[in-house]
Unconditional design. Sequence first.
Length: 337
Amino acid sequence: MPIKTKFTEMFGVEKPIMQGGMHHVGFAVMAAAVSNAGGLGTITALTFKTPEKLREEIKKCKALTNKPFAVNMTILPALVPPNYQAFADVVVEEGVKVVETAGRNPADFIKFFKKHDVKVIHKCTSIRHALTAARAGADMISMDGFEAGGHPGEDDVTNWTLYPLSLRKLPIPFIASGACGTAEHLVAALAMGAEGMNMGTRFMATTEAPIQPGIKDALVKADEKSTTLVLRTLKNTERVYVNETSRKAGSPQLVQSIEKEKPGNIEAIRPYIKGDNYKKSFQETGDSTDSVWSCGQIIGLIDGVPSCQELLDTIVSEAEAIIKERLGARVVPSSKL
């Protein structure tokens, strides 16, 4: 029997699992594979240099699946910011019905998308930001804990606290995000009030993920200690993979040492954290040690590279078994004295 939640009902998908936005990973082939497997796949808008390139990718995804899929729009500070509105226009023009927003206050974009009957999931790392998004009209929150890859915020609050808080304090539904990737995570998330879960790093280690095998191998070989934090002095904390060579150009350890010597100096570390660096690792070299790239603590639980269909089927079937058998057996009738 399928697991039915507000997430599956709202977005018209079979399984309560979303693929989060990921730069240089969230292409049409990735999103379509997740959607075809019963989840909600996601194209990452700002992986593409122009709105028209995003339009082409959306059309590719439509050709690969007839299932719902989302587009991620992450709004971040930049010296020369992209034309976010032009990307948003393309999403609406192409008839995409779900958007994942992240980053800065999404109120203006939520208003725009809601005007065009687009559902909005806002990814955030704190209750206060989630409440702001809810007041702005977001339909659902993707709550990202400290364990997450990418930017887990500056509060350092873990999933075990954020999810129950979300249940108690948010006026709209939420899904669990941040180091999620197993049946146990799904069951725990549901138990804490989530309507599903959002996975990023785990989807990188699938056959359809459009990245080099060397990166996937690194994810499988990693353990729970294989991530670290950079950009803390800039208050833009990012959880990344721990490279094997501690002083290699582009390693997180090098970035950390520069931050220690020159705290808050973005220009000193910019050459080592550029997106083009890990784009080359993901798309060309497959060398996991020559750039700084995001991943969550879930890497300690990645033990293979299945297809998206195999991964989602396994997670949901095992989650059902846990709920029915392992947890069901824990509830016993009270003895009559």
